[in-house]
Design a binder for this molecule. Sequence first.
Ligand SMILES: [Zn+2]
Ligand SMILES: [Zn+2]
Length: 483
Amino acid sequence: MTRLEFDALDYRADQRFVPARYRFEGSATEGWRIHRDGVLALELGPGYRLLRTQSCGVCSTDLARQFLPFPLPQVIGHEVIATDETGQRFVVEINASHAARGVASACPFCNAGLHTHCPERIVLGIHDLPGGFGPYLLAPIHACVPIPASIPDSAAVLVEPFAAALHAVATIAPRDGERIAVLGPRRLGMLVVAALAGVRAQHRRRGEDFSIAALARDPALLELARGFGATEAHAIDDDAGALPDASFDVVIDTTGNPGALPTALRLARREVHLKSTHGRESCGLRHLTELVVDELAIEALPKHAPAPGSLHWETDMTGRRLRVAWLPQTAPPRWLTGFADLRMGDAASLAADFGQDRDGLPRADVAVVDCAAQIDAVIRPRVGREEALIRPRGSVLVHPSAEPCGSALLIAVMTRGLRLSSSRCGDFRAALALLEGDAELRRIGERLVTHRFGAERLAEAFAVAKSRACIKAVVTHSDLAAR
Ligand SMILES: [Zn+2]
Ligand SMILES: [Zn+2]
């Protein structure tokens, strides 16, 4: 059994960092007990190993931490490089699921390959599990991915957000000839530009192409975006008024600003992809952050029977009959009842009903709604329970006769057939492979990280990370923190 005491800075609900004395006690096979200032704060089951934190990036999720629905105080920070007792470097995937911990379980989410959505997971530096702004971590054993020797620390510390950026690109799946825009490229958005450039290089090798547009207010950011592979750069004001409607096929909103969504909706033809977890209301929806956490989409229910196979939500991912939650008062169309297991009711009662399913995921695959309030109800149907009516990566379908309630999002979905998609975590191995094969890309850290701090200067790192002068701040631990 290991027993270790150290000081770490807790992030509190009043947005201050306050020192606390931590004690980790346990082992990977027996589980761990975490004490804060002598009081038991958290008990972990087996499947976690002790690592020493080397460095940790500051991301927008950290800066918006007080808006997120997880308990505080906590040692936060989730973009880590950590080392084991031999000095081997690891990046650490943040979701502590059954699969990541390697514990046997009947969890339908882990068993369906949705381990980043495991309902029993806690999350490194975001939800309960002490994070990388402290000198030590308890990392899920299968979440520790060794960093290849060719990848420098400066790039490795960006693997978590770069993997997320790459996942966003995979979700929108750029098509030949399209114009893809990144709105507000900064600490995450610049990595989305880099990921788009990496994927574009692959497309060009097979004779296809798409363009990458950076949209920002600050000319210096546009210049940087060109360096990361943007093929066009547009200086915009608050609502990008100089750019005509539907200028781009896809707009990826990386601003972290709830006020940017209407602009993204106006500029996009096919799809808006949301990467921000800002925790605040936008376009009449309260649960957009939870939408991103669950990687849900919002799109139109077709007015008429679509051609078989033309809808990406039509086949259920687990091979069973598609499960549809129907919330509108109007009767469902026959083409849908023909092939789906369709159940009608309000969001809370449908959540309880689908929750009893024992074959596969205990959720609906899609939900049909006819107003903005129902979208919020689908995303979080039951107060105090962080679970949606529909499964991760499922869709909310807006009925053609819905009441848009003045929401720019519903209006765009209903009148233009626009799709809103979202994504969260990505695959670290895919990100590392792309970095390994691309010497130019391995320089992302040199280009993006503008500020570095010792871990004891965390409050200062946060203040600077919030300022316009900073793109990416990284905190590094010294050897003196432990005893
Ligand atoms: Zn992050
Ligand atoms: Zn699980």
